[in-house]
Write a protein that binds this ligand. Structure first.
Ligand code: NI
Length: 407
């Protein structure tokens, strides 16, 4: 059992919480570096999950294991008002299929695997926040759920954990998550009100024609010619159907069809992604993709089969919850170290699966350090983070929890 590090009152001042977080920074760094050396892909985070369970045991925090395979749910019940409110904090566990090109003592020991999105840091931060909260459990006016989630990068592990019931019994009333951001200096925080990340949908279009000898195209229906017209016509969905003040992305990333140069192709398959920020625009774009593909193909004597598979929910922050994070950041770091992003991000993040069910906020934690050369973007083979950011992250999450339980 680690030694307590700070004052034990619920009314801890931000400075005391930050001092307590700094005091356990070596412990968080050790956790983060261990995970960094041993990255695991989504749904395969067995070692990572075992490390989390060991740390929760060490802290005396009860936990439910094996959620979606590797997910862990810890629960801290406050001693002051056990029937109080319920807040959840979330970290993701998975790494990426990438080669670690950094020259550091803690570089990945697993070829082709790397924590290049900082989820090792997220896990260390959540354990740090758990330790600080567990030390104050007697004074807490409510319950804190600690969600360690698999597979953010692949299948949307958040959806699996929602289905496993992490938001119920007791029902979560507020949830906070963060992502390390190498675009912000360490000690800074980035906030976004409302829509933060796009939703995504996977689209597959199969154009069915009829093959014939390449010398006698009139005897068949050319699926390649029809597909070419479909691709071109789909460019009008965003440019002509979506109001210019809104945004959407339609990308077809693969196209394949045909068998040989002198055979008219009977079939072409194209796969792509749709990104939108607004549910009404999402519905419009998906409807138009279907109508345009089917209509254009039919006009050329072919048939388009359109399959749409919803992927990630949008990340839509609750503005009252963003205010809670803002208050924590201002008290901890000062107004001048706060950035409010003016635009949402067309990338996705599976935290949206929680936010479509529970009010909460997802925010950005600065980890850049130009002097130390820590400047590379996420998903880059030289990505790293300034570990001092782990202390800020843990302190911020503790203040967010207190902001709800004491608020
Ligand atoms: Ni990430």
């Amino acid at each position: 059992m680690p030694q307590p590090t700070g004052a034990q009152t619920a009314a801890d001042a931000p400075a005391e919480i930050l001092a307590a977080a700094r005091a356990i920074l070596p412990w968080m760094v050790e956790i983060r570096r261990d995970l960094h050396r041993h990255p695991e892909l989504g749904l395969e985070e067995h070692r990572t999950s075992a490390r989390v369970r060991e740390r929760l045991d060490e802290l005396g925090i009860p936990h439910v294991d094996g959620l979606a395979g590797t997910g862990v749910l810890g629960t801290i019940r406050g001693g002051r008002t056990p029937e109080g409110r319920v807040v959840a904090l979330r970290a993701d566990l998975d790494a990426l299929p990438l080669h670690d090109a950094k020259e550091v003592s803690y570089r990945s020991q697993v070829p082709g695997r790397m924590h290049a999105c900082g989820h090792d840091g997220h896990t260390a931060i959540l354990l740090g926040a758990a330790r600080l909260l567990a030390e104050r459990a007697g004074q807490l006016a409510g319950t804190v759920k600690l969600i360690f989630q698999p597979a953010e990068e692949t299948v949307g592990g958040a959806r699996l954990l929602v289905e496993a019931g992490v938001l119920e019994n007791p029902r979560v009333e507020a949830i906070f998550g963060l992502h390390v951001d190498p675009g912000l200096d360490v000690g800074w925080v980035g906030l976004r009100y409302g829509q933060r990340n796009a939703s995504s949908d996977n689209v597959a279009i199969t154009v069915h024609g009829r093959s014939s000898h390449g010398a006698y195209p009139a005897a068949g229906v050319d699926a390649i010619v029809a597909a070419a017209h479909v691709v071109t016509a789909l460019q009008t969905v965003v440019s002509r159907n979506v109001d210019a003040r809104n945004s959407a992305v339609l990308t077809l990333g693969t196209i394949e069809g045909g068998t040989q140069g002198n055979i008219v192709a009977g079939r072409v398959r194209m796969v792509g992604t749709v990104r939108t920020l607004d549910p009404a625009i999402r519905e419009l774009v998906l409807r138009r993709v279907r109508e345009v593909a089917e209509g254009v193909a039919a006009g050329l004597g072919a048939r388009a089969e359109v399959e749409i598979e919803p992927s990630y929910d949008p990340v839509i922050n609750d503005n009252a919850m963003v205010e809670v994070v803002r208050a924590s950041a201002v008290r901890l770091l000062g107004e001048e170290r706060l950035v409010v992003f003016e635009r949402p991000n067309m990338g996705v993040e599976d935290f949206g699966f929680y936010l479509t069910r529970v009010p909460g906020a997802f925010f950005s934690l600065g980890v850049r350090n130009r002097e130390a050369g820590i400047v590379h973007p996420v998903h880059n083979e030289r990505f790293d983070l300034d570990e001092e950011g782990l202390a800020y992250g843990a302190a911020l999450q503790v203040l967010n929890v207190l902001g709800i339980l004491e608020g």
